[in-house]
Design a protein around this ligand. Structure first.
Ligand code: FAD
Length: 493
């Protein structure tokens, strides 16, 4: 039986490429669909202004991160379908995740940020930072196809007016700003702005997928793995159980679903090696359930612990009428406000609000240093795994973000918008795009992601990172997976 990888996001894609290149036949099991065939409208993905079933994972109503405008709910009814964005609700937080071959790379903003070295050393002290910054971060950036916006073009591009407005306001208030690299092809975006190619980032496409321009994992790591001839993928298959098989290896149970989410078959296979790459939430839920049910009883108690939201909090300011943010906005953020070197660290992305009309909104996703952590626990009565995280645990993030945006508002003579995250609600403090942890490197696993007591079981995704990276996380997840796979291939295969 080939080696099995659960999930096809960053961790899974790196595992697939490195294993297949090492001559190992590899099979990916992915709960979402392969986003390769267009719908009735000729497009693979829908855009943010016209969401349909393709937008959300098994929901009959959209669950937009910015769920209100002028205090009125903006969500609308859609067909229940295995759509690309999962808004997974836990009591204290909504966790957004990508579903499909390519995982989070299908829906994310493409911001590709290498963490500050000092902070990386603080969160993962057991990892050789020299090696990471010399070898694995550059390798991740190359494999992901990271590129940078041309600063001269940025200064004049209509679609980045919102980013210039946000940057200039931050600078006037004394904050440093920085360009942020991205995996969206900026040559393509320049052609979009010039009207020479079909628009994607400039057509309100991002969190429900991009029809053009985006170097998602299916176009980079997974395509390279497929080119070896050693990769197979089963989309619309959800792994439900992993336990030692009689004899050797592990029995992996899964259900095959159709695009309405209904089960069409249950299957089980035996694999010598299994890589957990179902994302922070997916991997943690599976491992916590397997331990509680006595299927993998010897997993360490640290499994399910150390979960964090990367300190995510969203906020928006009301702009001045004489300083428009633009009706045409690129979905790909390229500027960050960097106030990390302070007593209340904040790295805030200046986010687009691609509504297609002028709204004078300055929107931000702040990444902060929130020390609070949550954990996953198995509920014997429902047989499901929950996430223990209370919205109040996000207070340190709100306080840190407030130090930056209060100062910007003071300087600009502006106020917060209180109509976007609910009526009278300023802070988007109950959602995250950056779930991290739950199976922390060196605590729930050994120093390279091996699960102790179960030779051949590995964790390779964002669950290894202890709740925080200080920047957008996918470059860190990719680089860490590259490092761990190098070691595993060298010593275990
Ligand atoms: P994922 O990419 O989540 O992949 C896990 C995969 O496993 C998924 O495809 C899932 O469907 C599958 N899966 C889960 N459970 C099972 C199961 N039981 N059986 C089979 N398959 C399963 N990060 C950045 O760095 N920059 C950004 O600009 C950015 N923007 C974002 C915007 C949005 C809207 C979202 C949602 C995320 C964003 N992120 C961004 C975060 C980034 O996408 C994630 O950190 C990253 O995708 C996590 O990688 P991963 O390998 O841990 O898991």
């Amino acid at each position: 039986m080939p080696t099995l990888v659960i999930g096809s996001g960053y961790g899974g894609a790196v595992a697939a490429l490195r294993l297949t290149r090492a001559g190992v036949d590899t099979h990916i099991v992915e709960m979402g669909r392969a986003w390769t065939t267009p719908g009735a409208d000729g497009r693979i993905f829908c855009d943010m202004l016209n969401p349909d079933g393709r937008a959300y994972w098994l929901r009959t109503r959209t669950a937009q991160p910015v769920g209100h405008l002028l205090g009125l709910p903006v969500d609308r009814g859609i067909d229940r379908y295995t759509g690309v964005l999962d808004a997974e609700d836990f009591p204290g937080i909504r966790v957004y995740q990508g579903r499909g071959v390519g995982g989070g790379s299908l829906v994310n903003g493409g911001m590709a940020v290498v963490p500050r070295r000092a902070y990386f050393e603080e969160i993962l002290p057991g990892v050789d930072a020299d090696e990471m910054y010399r070898t694995y971060f550059p390798r991740a950036n190359a494999g992901l196809g990271v590129n940078e916006v041309d600063p001269a073009w940025f200064e004049s591009a209509e679609c980045y007016r919102f980013a210039r407005v946000g940057r200039d306001a931050a600078r006037r208030a004394g904050f440093a700003t920085t360009f942020v690299p991205n995996v969206y092809d900026f040559d393509y975006m320049e052609q979009e702005q010039a009207g020479r190619v079909p628009r994607s980032a400039l057509a309100s496409e991002v969190i429900y997928g991009n029809n053009h321009g985006k170097r998602s994992l299916d176009k980079t790591y997974l395509a390279a793995a497929a080119a070896t001839g050693r990769l197979t993928i089963s989309p619309l298959h959800t792994v439900t159980g992993v336990a030692p098989a009689a004899g050797r290896g592990y029995r992996v149970e899964m259900v095959q679903t159709d695009t309405s989410g209904a089960t069409v078959a249950t299957k089980s296979v035996v694999a010598d090696r299994v890589f957990f790459a179902a994302g922070s939430v997916g991997t943690s839920k599976l491992l916590v359930a397997m331990k509680a049910l006595g299927r993998l009883p010897d997993l360490p108690d640290a499994v399910g612990r150390g979960w964090g939201n990367n300190g995510n909090v969203m906020v928006a300011r009301v702009g001045h009428v004489w300083n428009p943010t633009g009706a045409l906005q690129s979905g790909m953020p390229v500027v960050g406000i960097d106030n990390w070197a302070s007593s209340a660290p904040v790295f805030a992305e200046i986010a687009p609000f691609p509504a297609g009309v002028e709204l004078w909104i300055s929107l931000y996703l702040a990444i902060t240093k929130n020390p609070n952590r949550g954990g996953f626990a198995f509920d014997q009565t429902t047989g499901t795994v929950g996430l223990n995280w209370q919205t109040a645990q996000n207070r340190p993030s709100v306080e840190a973000a407030r130090t930056v945006f209060d100062a910007v508002n003071r300087k600009e003579g502006t106020v917060y918008r209180s109509d976007l995250f609910g009526v009278g609600k300023v802070w988007g403090d109950d959602l995250t795009y950056h779930p991290l942890g739950g199976c922390v490197l060196g605590q729930a696993t050994d120093a390279y992601g091996r699960l102790p007591g179960y030779p051949g079981l590995y964790v390779v995704d964002g669950s290894l990172i202890p709740g925080s990276t200080g920047v957008n996380p996918f470059v860190t997840i990719t680089a860490l997976a590259e490092r761990n796979l190098d070691k595993i291939i060298m010593t275990d295969l």
